[in-house]
Design a protein. Sequence first.
Length: 195
Amino acid sequence: MLEKILQFDKELLIFLNGLGSPTFDGLWLIITKQAYWVPLFLLIFYLLRKKLGWKNFGYYILFTALLILLCDQTANLFKWYFHRLRPCNDQTVNHIIRIVKTSPSFSFFSGHAINSMATTVFTFMILKKFYKHAYLLFLFPFIFAYSRIYLGLHFPSDIVTGYVFGATFGFICYKLYRKHILKTRVRVRESNHHE
């Protein structure tokens, strides 16, 4: 069963990676770098700060930093444990796929996928009651993480696993944020109002 899954994983990688073209390689090399997404992050921060206020926004930044730390360490732990080669270094596929970028580190699972999905789920859960099109935020993890397949750096299962862990961590983070920050702030305001 596991062998069939891994074989399908490789076949899906070959198909998705093969959709690429040298014409667009430069674009995907830009997409895969977080620094180029900063304008989007700043826009989201502005919307959050506008709706949450400075104090709650400050807590949001703190929670996000801790969330990314947790995601990074989880991905690193899995990479260290499984030692799965990246497609660009895997001799069973690297002679077939397009390799646009290489990396010596291990593949399973994607740090790009877990971080982008975790922060998006956390942010979406906060913003969805304020903006009806908040679901568009999910374009970020889908495009950002797909870039890793395009470049030959990750198998699809690396991405999907990262998404699952990321969505789980992001949702838990939101629950903690809502319980300990938003609810606490509401209770404080209500007690002040009654006084």
